[in-house]
Design a protein around this ligand. Structure first.
Ligand SMILES: Nc1nc2c(ncn2[C@@H]2O[C@H](COP(=O)(O)OP(=O)(O)OP(=O)(O)O)[C@@H](O)[C@H]2O)c(=O)[nH]1
Ligand SMILES: [Mg+2]
Ligand SMILES: [Zn+2]
Length: 354
């Protein structure tokens, strides 16, 4: 029952049934730091580590448990467990890992609704919202843009209109953790079995919102720095917590860097207005860089398309294209490795036959 409220549905139990006979229990990952996990089970929390089998069978770090994952766990001691398998992820929020390594870094799994939290102070930034929307578009979760700190803003409806223009289909809501009733808009997305995640820059108020929804000071929060409204990176880990009325919420640290790990179609969904213009270019393969009859250039000239939005699209599209070449290359390497093993095994087999 507890796990059902956390979002365990027929798909989760179906995937788990494969392990049910092996003295395992279903569980959901609350936190995952290196190889140390905290899991919610039907009977409370347990600490856990990956089993040797899971560890060595995982093709990459990205397939090891992350916050929000459903797993099959084996209880090995009082409040101690081994994670034997990660059940298939229904949705997954990923970015490209920070630094030079070209790796997927899953931020959270099995999220239904992502609150993109943006402060209505100096944090307000449409280009950043576009970037976060692209990340969510590749995840399978639904984005909701939460313009927080509405109590600090004198032109809320103006900000909402500006944001709605880049949000396309995503709902845009104003919120305040200070004003009475300031979280009504947010609360309408809470439901038993539904998993929400908070994303946004440091200091936007993610942990404060989570605490209000939980009705307790569960997560630490801190004032933003005076001169620039920048946050202090107070939250340091991603953590899933059950909500009092059912469902779960995942608080996350503000990201210093958000490189995309999505395909081009995700970016195209977020910028579907640009795709509409591009359809009307004279040439089908128009690169929108000075070709005659370019509808994008015309839209820019006439002010139907904002120049900053166009720049933002080009940047994100280039990142997504790079990601696609990269994953193609990785897939090719993987195929080669597989064939090498198969050939080796075949050779060994013919040898033993002889
Ligand atoms: N005026 C105003 N301040 C808010 C609101 N919500 C949060 N704050 C303040 O903003 C500051 C930062 O809030 P946090 O919740 O710590 O921000 P965060 O997004 O969790 O930041 P990180 O954990 O660093 O990523 C705190 O001082 C909060 O009290 C709001 O609606 N209005
Ligand atoms: Mg926080
Ligand atoms: Zn064009």
């Amino acid at each position: 029952m507890f796990l059902d409220n956390l979002g365990a549905d027929a798909a989760v139990y179906g995937a788990f049934s494969h392990y049910a006979s092996q003295q395992m229990i279903p569980a959901r990952v609350a936190t995952a730091q290196r190889d140390f996990y905290q899991l919610y089970t039907e009977r409370g929390m347990v600490d856990a580590e990956p089993s040797g089998r899971l560890y060595y069978r995982s093709l990459s770090r990205a397939s090891l448990p992350v916050t929000g994952d459903w797993v099959a766990a084996r209880i090995v001691g009082p409040e101690q467990a081994l994670v034997e398998a990660v059940l298939p992820r229904r949705t997954c929020l990923s970015r490209r890992a920070a630094g030079a390594r070209e790796d997927e870094q899953p931020l959270a799994a099995n999220v239904d609704v992502v609150f993109l939290v943006c402060g209505l102070d100096q944090d307000f930034n449409l280009r950043r919202i576009e970037r976060y929307l692209s990340l969510v578009a590749g995840s399978g979760a639904s984005p909701v843009i939460v313009l927080n700190k509405a109590d600090l803003c004198t032109d809320i409806s103006g900000r909402i209109a500006e944001t709605a223009a880049v949000a396309r289909a995503a709902p845009v809501i104003a919120a305040s953790t200070i004003d009475p009733g300031g979280l009504e808009g947010v609360r309408q997305f809470l439901a038993p079995g539904c998993t929400l995640a908070l994303l946004g820059s440091s200091g936007a108020g993610k942990s404060t919102i989570a605490n209000r929804l939980l009705g307790e000071e569960r997560f630490p929060t801190a004032e933003v720095r005076e001169p620039d409204d920048r946050g202090r990176h107070t939250t340091v880990r991603r953590e899933l917590t059950p909500l009092p009325g059912g469902g779960a919420i995942i608080d996350t640290p503000g990201l210093r860097e958000l490189q995309l790990w999505v395909g081009t179609e995700s970016v195209d969904t977020v910028f579907d207005d640009i795709a509409e213009f591009a359809k009307r270019c004279r040439f089908r393969d128009c690169a929108h860089s000075g070709e005659p009859g370019c509808a994008v250039a015309e839209a820019l000239a006439r002010g139907h398309l904002d120049g900053h939005r166009w720049e933002s699209f080009r940047k994100l599209r280039a990142e997504a294209e790079w990601h696609e070449t990269l994953t193609d290359r990785l897939a090719a390497v993987e195929r080669k490795r597989k064939w090498k093993t198969i050939h080796k095994q075949a050779r060994a087999l013919t040898k033993t036959r002889r």
